[in-house]
Design a protein around this ligand. Structure first.
Ligand code: ZN
Length: 416
């Protein structure tokens, strides 16, 4: 019986081979389109938030897929790391070197998250090509809900579907918007993204170990549960790859660690391009040497470098947008403007949280969870760099990406 089956198989294989070689004009079957990939950012969500018992939906995705912890890129801030996740490049290479930017080529404008005109201006983003641009250019359609950069035309391309960021839109409404995009099928999406800011906001206000952060984690977890239910109801859950990431972690930041940045150096001789946990300073003309000397020993909990002397492990300092002096605060310290400190005391006069600290500090690590047909189940990955997410995403959606700073290797163990 076994022999007969083998013979039958051999004969069939021969016939198939003859057919294949004698019908060369027949068009080859196009390769199957990769299934939908949904990339979800939970702002400021640390990997250990998964172990606090508030996240049943995320924990179920992790148990049936892979989980891990990512080291953010320097600086461990929101815009730099969101753009790293979708370009595979370090901030020094993609140009989004801080949440606030200046660029001599874009004179008179200061980029910040609260400047909608700048956020939607492609010139700030065009040093790198985000994955949705490569996707659209290669026929994979993208629905990008609230990812930094998605409001701008980059390389002449916008995502097929996108929306202006609306922080007031509830987590559930974000999920429902995405599900409606998936339903529309005109054309079907190959890449979709979601963004939830609640864990970051509550982390800043109350600190990473607060009940408020746990409640925020539960809220975004419920939204992910809603998404999973929505996919199941559409028969799409088993075929959809879901990749959950965060941009950075969160560390406690007490009120006693607030320092007025103007006390570091004579404010009449310098402009601070960025403040907070990562301070960027540019001396006014004629004061370069004096400001550099003062900043380099300005405060015992702030380490400053001339940009070209920043430690190599941070991969930071070559981009023209990086100001001449770059400083990194010790964990828990925060060098803000007098008005920002006043606002903090007025609105949240209590110890809170911050990020932007050394990306090698475990408190800055970001969550990673991946689930779907591409992933093995029960995998726990060793800590990896967030530049490695991009090669994973291009593989999942079947798009050729630009060369970045990461590689697939560290996340390969999660793949089937
Ligand atoms: Zn963030």
């Amino acid at each position: 019986m076994v022999v007969l089956r083998r013979w039958t198989a051999l004969v069939l294989a021969l016939i198939a081979g003859v057919l294949a070689t004698t019908t060369p004009t027949r068009a080859a079957k196009p390769p199957a389109k990769p299934p939908l990939t949904i990339l979800i950012s939970l702002d400021g969500f640390r990997p250990d938030y998964l172990d606090r018992g508030n996240t049943p939906s995320l924990s179920a995705l992790a148990a049936g897929g892979a989980r891990g912890a990512m080291r953010p890129s320097f600086p461990s801030l929101t815009y730099p790391n969101h753009y790293t996740l979708v370009t595979g490049k370090r901030p020094d290479h993609h140009g989004m070197v801080n949440n606030t930017l200046e660029d001599e080529a874009i004179p008179g404008v200061s980029f910040s998250m609260s400047n909608p005109e700048a956020v939607g201006d492609g010139r700030w983003w065009e040093q790198a090509k985000p994955i949705w641009v490569s996707a659209e250019q290669q026929g994979v359609h993208a629905g990008i809900l609230f990812w930094p950069g998605s409001e701008a035309r980059i390389d002449g391309v916008r995502p097929g579907r996108w929306k202006v960021f609306d922080m007031k839109m509830s987590s559930n409404d974000r999920v429902d918007t995405l599900l409606a995009w998936i339903d529309a099928k005109d054309p079907p999406l190959g890449l979709a993204t979601l963004y939830f800011d609640r864990t970051d906001t509550e982390g800043h206000h109350y600190g990473p170990d607060s009940p408020e952060v746990n409640a925020a984690a539960a809220e975004v977890d419920a939204a992910i549960g809603r998404l999973v239910q929505g996919l199941k109801a559409r028969g799409l859950y088993a075929t959809t790859n879901i990749v959950v990431v965060a941009d950075h972690g969160m560390a406690p930041q007490p009120l006693s660690g607030l320092v007025d940045v103007a006390t570091l150096v004579d404010p009449a001789k310098v402009r601070f391009v960025s403040t907070g946990s990562v301070v960027g300073a540019r001396a006014l003309p004629g004061f370069e040497a004096e400001v550099a000397a003062a900043m380099l020993k300005a405060h015992p909990h702030l380490t400053c470098w001339k940009k070209e002397k920043a430690p190599a492990r941070y991969g930071y300092g070559t981009n023209p947008r990086v100001p001449p002096i770059v400083c990194l605060a010790d964990r828990g310290w925060y060098f803000a403007t007098a008005s920002a400190i006043k606002k903090r005391w007025a609105e949240h006069p209590r110890d809170g949280g911050a990020h932007g600290y050394d990306p090698f500090d475990p408190a800055m690590r970001a969550v990673f969870v991946a689930h779907g047909p591409a992933f093995r189940s029960g995998v726990v990955l060793p800590v990896f760099d967030n530049v490695d997410v991009y090669p994973l995403l291009t593989r999942l959606i079947g798009v050729k990406g630009d060369k970045g700073d990461g590689k697939l290797g560290p996340v390969k163990a999660a793949l089937r």
